[in-house]
Design a protein around this ligand. Structure first.
Ligand SMILES: Nc1ncnc2c1ncn2[C@@H]1O[C@H](COP(=O)(O)OP(=O)(O)OP(=O)(O)O)[C@@H](O)[C@H]1O
Ligand SMILES: [Mg+2]
Length: 378
């Protein structure tokens, strides 16, 4: 089974750097998604791995073997292109059946694999159609089927579900993953849809502007993102800027090197927030950014501990929960998610208290280039 390594990969197109110093290892049998905003270099990365493009610098290894200079067809991988290109003169069946025929499998195995792949994407009933008779989404499904039955242990899927409607997208993402796991394939799935990445991946590779920002499991990227861009790109995040005011535990004259069990952050306009178990090395006076997910905030009409005053700007019904946008007294605007069962109808314009769960606040050093710059998508 293939184990992948990208070593110091860069790709430049004139002045554009599409990939810069990419280092990545993927274990065999892993389902990894490459996630990031449009233009960040996701397609570039998989085109280099598959040999469609050669890197400007660096090398790729598949199964420990350096593949630099080796053409795509000798790298033995299934590739689903972002802009799907079916063979126009062939039917759906012939497109899907292409690799088994080229690889000269026995007829029974070829037919079984092709049928199974076309069934998975629900395109078997279209098997006699030519690509010009298919919709964009149907072509995409045939492209998926063709790659699935290429018989390769490495599968590269570049936005495989982008042309499909929401319901089919949802079903297919799980079915593709199930099939990949059942066959013991290694998969690299490119998407800009963070929910798709969260729900299918063993690990997510988050990219921005040609670089890898962070690689980790969906749980870690959501609950313990190492940096602010990740926190913002994966899930919803609220940010509050402030500085370390004191440390409740060691309120002596000793300078702090580390936030202890319970610390106080002074926000804008000199309000205060208590944080428990934040970790990290900070001194009193250091500028920080607090990150908190909307489900770790709640609102109430009464004043509570660990809360800040605010005014409701907006409320949106989201089905199982209500989402409020609240302008805090600190001038920060936050999203608050209230489970439907707990929602006691708050109205736009209401003055409320926003309660913070002190153990769910994460603290980051104030970035020198400013918060806005760090969160910027390009
Ligand atoms: N052939 C090319 N010539 C010049 N620039 C290119 C070429 N291909 C890609 N680029 C540039 O490289 C950068 C990365 O492109 P890439 O296609 O890898 O992005 P992406 O993350 O896949 O985006 P999307 O989500 O929109 O598909 C972009 O700025 C793009 O304009
Ligand atoms: Mg792309």
């Amino acid at each position: 089974m293939p184990e992948i390594e990208l070593r110091n990969i860069s790709k430049r197109f004139g002045k554009v750097t599409a990939a810069a110093g990419i280092n990545l290892k993927i274990k065999s049998g892993e389902y990894v998604t490459v996630l990031g905003p449009s233009g960040c270099g996701k397609t570039t990365l998989v085109k280099i791995l598959s040999g469609i493009w050669e890197p400007t610098e660096g090398d790729c290894f598949i199964d420990g073997k350096k593949v630099t200079g080796i053409p795509t067809y000798e790298r033995d991988l299934g590739y689903i292109f972002q802009n799907i290109a079916l063979f126009p003169h062939m039917t759906v069946w012939q497109n899907a059946n292409y690799a088994p025929i080229v690889k000269d499998w026995d007829m029974e195995k070829a037919e079984k694999e092709t049928t199974e792949s076309l069934e998975l994407v629900r395109a078997l009933q279209r098997k006699g159609f030519k690509p010009f008779e298919l919709s964009g989404g149907e072509k995409q499904k045939v492209g998926i089927a063709r790659a699935l039955c290429a018989g390769s242990k490495l599968l590269i899927l570049d936005e495989p579900l982008s042309a499909l409607d929401a319901r089919v997208r949802l079903d297919l993402r799980y079915e593709i993953k199930r099939l990949v796991k059942r066959k013991g394939l290694t998969a690299i799935h490119v998407t800009h849809d963070q929910e798709e990445a969260m729900s299918t991946s063993d690990r997510i590779v988050l990219m921005r502007a040609g670089r890898i920002v962070e690689v980790d499991t969906p749980e870690n990227l959501y609950n313990r993102p190492k940096n602010l861009f990740t926190a913002n790109f994966i899930g919803e995040a609220n940010f509050i800027e402030g500085s370390v005011a004191n440390n409740v535990k060691s309120a002596g004259s000793e300078p702090l090197t580390c936030l202890s069990d319970e610390s106080v952050i002074e926000t804008r306009h000199r309000h205060r927030l208590v944080i428990k178990n934040p970790g990290g090395a900070f001194k009193v006076g250091d500028g920080v950014v607090i990150m908190v997910r909307p489900e770790n905030l709640s609102i109430s009409h009464r004043e509570k501990d660990f809360s800040l005053e605010g005014r409701i700007l907006d409320k949106i019904f989201m089905g199982s929960y209500m989402r409020y946008r609240v302008k805090l007294i600190t001038d920060d605007t936050v999203l608050v998610e209230v489970p439907e069962a707990d929602d006691k109808i708050f109205n736009i314009g209401d003055k409320v208290n926003v309660k913070f769960r002190p153990k769910k606040l994460l603290v980051y050093p104030q970035p020198s280039e400013g918060l806005k710059e760090v969160l910027r998508l390009e």
